[in-house]
Design a protein around this ligand. Structure first.
Ligand code: 6PG
Length: 476
């Protein structure tokens, strides 16, 4: 058999899906997994695609099976395992070979790995891949960071395996160094925000109106044909419609209300904070997931504080269901505006020059947050690549002007009913602060000057000023 075009290490869900995807697109792939039983099992299950797969029992064999210069894709667990594989590969690779980390790496680790490999002759690429198992197998969204020339070498393969949106491949080079993994991190932060806001709307219908899962699923299913059309809303409808094979009840009612997290959403919130960019919807979503994990404490608090008011003994009015749809849409606009602001800031800070329109474009298919909405977002950044903020874009301002009254009614309804909507209310709070020409930080400046003589700017004069405070009097 001819030599493989690429090597792939790590045959977990994502790795095996990508290997089969590449083999199917006509790229012979040498594959290796730390436990060789998995390699055998994978190969046996590959059916007709076996002709394009070369199972290898060692790293040395893997390297020998690839045509130089060799691209090798790591699909191992983010963190220590990546460093171990790079260390082992360094001994075996030659000048111009490329190591691609396709896992959910922290972009700061990715930047460190670029530094560590600098001068070694080996090229490193940090590549975000989104789409879960099905995406990996049939077309993910691919976010690449590293040298542009490395992407050019990989481009035919990556565009062949990537998802397509109306024929356009969802793969792109986004910038040097950690750019690809940073963008994947923000993708996941936004994913958390989308999922949390959907869950909040579900909570209002379940706990505020006592609706059954199936009926709520029907509503999400309807919305999926309109402005909320997206993968996450579509799967929400399906999850809600699914019966538990063991009990026959709605499966969602049998699932514990405690969600895990691997860390990427949290990194998005942390990086936003580090840069001083408000990403309150993402932050709320991450925090809500953390609070979900505190099941025992929540059960205790429910008995300490009592329940909420009982669900309304009626179905929601059609007008309120429309409000819920628009509220979710408004929350989504704010979440994406915040996420893109974080990327915009990082783009300057790390000198990546992130192509925001391209990012929106490669998220339109393949990835978990794929939606129609991203097409409008891409158009907004096409029209104004240096837009200061998405909420100032004319198209988005028009959408938000139409939707924010619904968000307000829904958040108010939930607050009065004692239903938690942390991400939706974060979106509303941010929006109201964002559009407030004269805010309340004048008082904060007064306080800071009072207790710390930090000085404040005046509305009517240049420079830094101090108030005539008698601090000693307040302390006494
Ligand atoms: C994707 C997903 C994927 C995954 C993460 C998030 O884009 O395909 O984001 O990377 O779902 O593991 O998982 P957590 O919810 O565990 O953080």
């Amino acid at each position: 058999m001819t030599k493989a075009e690429i090597g792939l290490i790590g045959l977990g869900v994502m790795g095996s899906g990508l290997a089969l995807n590449m083999a199917e697109k006509g790229y012979p792939v040498a594959v290796y997994n730390r436990t060789s039983a998995r390699t055998g099992e994978f190969f046996e299950g590959a059916g007709d695609l076996r002709g394009n797969l070369v199972p290898c029992a060692s790293l040395k064999e893997l390297v020998a099976q690839i045509r130089p210069p060799r691209p090798i894709l790591l699909m191992v667990q983010a963190g220590k395992a990546v460093d171990e594989q790079i260390k082992a590969l360094r001994e075996l690779l030659s000048e111009d070979d490329i190591i691609i980390d396709g896992g959910n790496a922290n972009f700061r680790d990715t930047m460190r790995r670029f530094d560590e490999l600098d001068g070694s002759g080996i090229t490193f690429v940090g590549m975000g891949v989104s789409g879960g198992a099905v995406g990996a197998r049939h077309g993910p969204s691919i976010m690449v960071g590293g040298e542009r020339a490395a992407y050019t070498r990989l481009e035919p393969l990556l565009t062949a395996i990537a998802a397509r949106y109306r024929g356009e491949p969802c793969s792109a080079w986004l910038g040097e160094g950690g750019a690809g993994h940073f963008v994947k991190t923000l993708h996941n932060g936004i994913e958390y925000a989308d999922m949390q806001m959907i869950a909040e709307i579900y909570g209002i219908l379940r706990d505020g109106f006592g609706m059954k899962a199936g009926a709520i699923g029907d509503i999400f299913g309807r919305w999926n044909g309109g402005r909320l059309d997206s993968y996450l809303v579509g799967i929400t409808a399906e999850v809600l419609a699914t019966a538990d094979p063991a009990t026959g009840r709605p499966l969602v009612d049998m699932i514990l209300d405690r969600a895990g997290q691997k860390g990427t959403g949290r990194w998005a919130a942390v990086e936003a904070q580090m840069m001083g960019v408000p990403a309150t919807v993402i932050e709320s979503a991450v925090a809500a997931r953390s609070l979900s994990a505190e099941k025992t404490m929540r059960v205790g608090a429910a008995s300490a504080y009592g329940g909420r008011t009982a669900p309304a003994a009626r179905e929601p009015e059609p007008a309120f269901v429309d409000d819920l749809e628009l509220a979710l849409f408004a929350g989504k606009i704010v979440a994406y505006a915040q996420g893109f602001s974080v990327m915009d800031e990082a783009s300057c800070g790390f000198r990546w020059n992130l192509p925001l329109a391209t990012i929106a474009r490669i998220w339109r298919a393949g990835c978990i947050i794929r939606s129609q909405f991203l097409d409008r977002l891409a158009l907004a950044y096409d029209a104004d690549p240096d837009a200061a903020h998405l909420l100032l874009n004319r198209d988005f301002a028009a959408m938000m002007s139409e939707a924010h009254a619904s968000l307000r009614r829904v958040v108010a309804h939930a607050a009065l009913a004692g239903l938690p909507v942390p991400a939706l209310s974060a979106a509303l709070g941010y929006f109201d602060a964002f559009r407030q020409a004269r805010g309340t930080a004048n008082l904060i400046q007064g306080q800071r000057d009072y207790f710390g003589a930090h000085g404040f700017e005046r509305t009517d004069a240049e420079g830094l000023h101090h108030g005539p405070w008698d601090s000693s009097r307040a302390e006494g």
